[in-house]
Design a binder for this molecule. Structure first.
Ligand SMILES: Cc1ncc(COP(=O)(O)O)c(C=O)c1O
Length: 405
């Protein structure tokens, strides 16, 4: 055996397999086929111009060198002010560590608070990086799940109780939930907060979609007593300001944790892109009409897509007031095609054959964490952040024809 090998700990590192769906879609397009992209949570909406111009100005003005590991003071101040105002907190710049996107907060937070062997409660289906980082860092995965109640997804308290044990030290909450579109019910958040206090847990409040809301008010666990001292917010500019590729976000929470996260910044990337942080200041403090337009664009897509999907025989779409995801129940279509819900090969066959026959590309349940055997329904995720109304309409007409065959 060669002495040169890949370190064995990498065996425990997972990935975001939804990117593989993009690969499939790109390969299908490269062969000259049309694809209707409902698979990725990326956006085909341009970042508002005032934000782009702020970055441009900052670069021209020479903000192109290294900067503090925790971020430029102007952005840390702006984030502390905006998040304190919107979430009823009392943060200062000392509570903010700027990051290259929201995603890095997950691994850095777990690295900071989780010992090997500690249990971590996290949503499954959910953002796959939770599972990946918990396993990579030697923690114990303790997934909790979601159920449909009164036509909407809601996290399942019983599954939280079933997953936790004496090793549990960390709770991850994604209040406006990817992939189900579930919205945090204040009573559920209060219940989770009670659990976090009783068990003295650290909490990650992963909130990329807090402002992607079409109706009502966003709630998070942070509203409840005893949360501020144990909760780190994953903040990102990616979705609200259509800035996915800029890679700008922050960890916001108790200084004891945030300071360690900044130390990890120093070890990993040194600091976040300098001039991009000025764009973040503009996003938070400048003209907000760009982000309002983004939300209206998403709202228009959502109306059409929910209507067309519900118009397909055998498809049902649980209601969702937030995010830009729909977790669609396709069990009846799937069974009509003679496929086995417990076979992952069949699930992928369903996804790929639908793309080949109709061009419509989406993600499956298994792209959001390992499923558990015997899940009663088959769901697929439609994202509408990357497809215009006209294309969505055309793709979904083809989908209807194929799934109703
Ligand atoms: C639930 C959840 N958390 C975190 C992230 C990461 O966001 P960012 O693109 O800012 O890294 C995403 C992105 O899709 C997400 O859906």
């Amino acid at each position: 055996m060669s002495a040169r090998r890949i370190a064995s700990r990498i065996d425990n590192l997972g990935t975001e397999t939804a990117f593989a769906v993009s690969g499939d879609a790109a390969a299908w397009m490269a062969k000259g086929n049309r694809v209707f992209p409902f698979h990725l949570g990326d956006m085909n909406i341009r970042t508002p111009l005032n934000i782009i111009e702020a970055a441009n100005r900052a670069a021209v003005d020479g903000h192109t060198g290294y900067n503090p590991a925790a971020g430029i003071p102007a952005l840390r101040d702006a984030l502390a002010e905006a998040v304190s105002r919107d979430r009823g907190q009392n943060y200062s710049a000392a509570n903010v560590s700027v990051q290259s996107g929201g995603k890095p907060v997950i691994g850095k937070f777990l690295n900071t608070v989780m010992e090997q062997g500690d249990g971590v409660l996290y949503p499954n289906p959910g953002y796959p990086i939770y599972e990946s980082q918990v396993e990579y860092l030697g923690g114990r995965t303790q997934p909790y799940t979601y159920v449909v109640e009164d036509g909407r997804f809601r996290f399942d308290r019983e599954s939280v109780v079933a997953a936790l044990d004496d090793t549990t030290r960390v709770l991850i909450v994604n209040a406006q939930h990817n992939p189900t579109g579930a919205d945090a019910d204040p009573s559920d958040m209060e219940w989770l907060a009670g659990l976090a206090v009783e068990r003295d847990l650290w909490v990650l409040s992963d909130d990329p979609y807090i402002d992607i809301r079409y109706d009502g008010t966003s709630h998070t666990i942070l509203e409840h007593d005893g949360m501020a001292e144990r909760t780190v917010i994953l903040y990102t500019f990616s979705k609200k300001y259509a800035m996915t590729g800029w890679r700008l976000g922050a960890a916001i929470g108790p200084e004891s944790v945030v300071d360690v996260i900044t130390k990890i910044n120093t070890n990993d990337e040194s600091c976040t892109n300098h001039f991009v942080q000025y764009a973040g200041v503009e996003a938070l403090q400048g003209d907000q009409s760009g982000s309002a337009n983004i939300l209206e664009t998403l709202r228009g897509r959502r109306e059409l897509i929910v209507d067309r999907l519900n118009g397909i025989d055998g498809v049902s779409v649980p209601e969702s007031a937030a995010t830009f995801y729909l977790f669609v129940d396709v069990t009846d279509v799937y069974k009509r095609m003679g496929l086995d819900p417990d076979s992952e090969d069949d699930v992928q066959k369903f996804r790929v054959s639908t793309m080949h026959e109709t061009g419509v590309s989406f993600c499956s349940r298994s792209h959001f964490g390992r499923g558990t055997a015997g899940e009663p329904r088959v769901y697929v995720r439609f994202a509408y952040s990357g497809i215009d109304v006209a294309d969505a309409e055309e793709g979904l007409a083809q989908l209807k024809a194929y799934w109703e065959r």
